[in-house]
Design a protein around this ligand. Structure first.
Ligand code: AMP
Ligand code: MG
Length: 419
């Protein structure tokens, strides 16, 4: 299934603001994956393909929140102790099978169904046992220590909407309404290439004079796996048109998205753009962002194409802020926007207005214990150690020209963008 039109990502030659670029991606891309049903226990990280609608109440019956004695509140004296005979014992999983009568108390345990007619539980720590009776002090509120049927989930409620990524808590909730299998989207199939005559694989190659090890195929592959994609590592492309062309052409049929890094600027050795154009369509996005330019978006035959910049930090940051929403949309996700937090800056800085900038930063508690954002001192677009030393990205808006120490800035934790 193709999710992309001809010239799907055409935006013209103008410099485009980040928000506009993102809106274009979200409006022009849509889900390309089909569905499958998997065991709930294997569904972690998958994308839910249909709303989970609760077929039963949770909890399914009023039940005791503590170990103690079930009573009718109407039997209790308001201004003194109440003595009641203990007539039954109700353990979790063993409903009593008869309604309660006024004037009796029942031994009850956490999770055990409340018998019809009883509305209140007194904790075992708060009572005195006297032979076959229990003595309950004054002051117990009607309804105390009772969990009501349906207080977590009501029958018919949409408890998880389609398009959500299933985390541990969604898996637990789906189990609690009785689902043992669950309908999810098939994994998005992603292919990753690196480009450049200087790039070598750290597993298989020695880096001789003038060579560097390939960081991007490893970082981008890892990011894709974190997003739940099935990743094919297609190695390194040299800077030769014919090789790039046949590799991209062969990769297209079995994948939903192809990602490359490097080779997308306007340098003489940068051929990716022309090759993709000849196999489908491409647009060279002049995004008003830093780090990150240049990048290219388009399609190879029917497969989405993302050409990331070559510099390792730029490749990761543009992946996280631009490729990620596209990839998640193709994969059927609806919850694609990461959470931002306002955090005071622990630095001051002058910025060129007119572009959106991301700074690598870590959060450290200030004198009052509240976190402040510390900008990493090395913000070069090739300095991967700055990513390792940081907790996330500070996002500075286009119109901003200066950040003063203490000024609130938007901070996005890496964890928000890596799943
Ligand atoms: P390019 O966009 O191809 O001009 O590359 C920009 C910079 O990123 C150059 O310094 C490249 O050597 C470097 N680079 C490109 N691809 C990779 C890669 N896969 N891993 C590490 N550095 C890279
Ligand atoms: Mg290159």
């Amino acid at each position: 299934m193709s999710g992309l039109q001809n010239d799907c990502f055409k935006v013209g030659d103008e410099m485009i603001p980040f928000a506009e670029g993102l809106a274009i991606l979200k409006s022009r891309a849509h889900r390309v994956v089909g569905t499958e049903t998997v065991a709930l226990r294997d569904a972690l990280g998958r994308v839910l393909a249909e709303d989970v609608i609760a077929p039963r109440d949770v909890p399914p019956h009023d039940n005791s929140a503590v170990d103690g004695f079930a009573v009718m509140a109407a039997d209790l004296n308001a201004d003194g102790e109440t003595r009641l005979p203990v007539t039954e014992r109700i353990a979790a999983g063993h409903p009593l099978g008869r309604a309660a009568r006024p004037g009796e108390a029942m031994r009850i345990f956490t999770g055990a169904p409340m018998p019809d007619g009883m509305d209140t539980v007194v904790m075992q720590e708060d009572v005195r046992i006297d032979g076959e009776s229990v003595v309950i002090p004054a002051g117990l509120k009607a309804g105390a220590n009772r969990r009501k049927r349906g207080e977590d989930v009501k029958t018919g409620a949409i408890v998880i909407p389609a398009g959500r990524r299933l985390r541990a808590q969604e898996i637990g909730l789906a189990a609690s309404v009785g689902l043992g299998r669950i309908k999810v989207y098939q994994r998005l199939r992603a292919a990753v290439f690196s480009t450049g005559d200087e790039v070598r694989d750290p597993e298989f190659d020695d880096a001789g004079p003038g060579a560097i090890y390939d960081a991007n195929r490893y970082s981008i592959g890892a990011l894709l796996k974190g997003l739940g994609c099935e990743v094919t590592d297609l190695g390194i492309l040299s800077d030769h048109v014919a090789e790039i062309r046949s590799a991209l052409h062969d990769a297209a049929p079995g994948h939903d998205v192809i990602l490359t890094s490097g080779g997308v600027s306007l340098g003489e050795e940068d051929h990716i753009t022309h090759v993709v154009e000849s196999l489908g369509s491409i647009d060279f996005w002049r995004l008003a962002i830093k780090p990150g330019r240049p990048m290219a978006l388009g399609r190879v035959v029917d497969t989405a194409f993302v050409g990331l910049p070559g510099n390792p930090v730029a490749a990761m940051v543009t992946f996280l802020r631009i490729a990620r929403p596209l990839i998640l949309t193709l994969a059927g996700r609806t919850d694609v926007d990461p959470i931002h937090f306002k955090v005071p800056a622990a630095f001051s800085l002058t910025k060129k207005p007119g572009r959106r900038e991301w700074l690598r930063a870590s959060l450290k508690p200030g004198p009052d214990g509240a976190p402040a954002a510390h900008r990493h001192p090395h913000q070069g677009s090739g300095v991967l150690t700055s990513m390792v030393a940081s907790d996330g990205l500070i996002e500075l808006p286009e119109d901003l020209a200066r950040v003063e120490e203490g000024q609130p800035v938007d901070f996005i934790p890496f964890g928000e963008m890596m799943s």
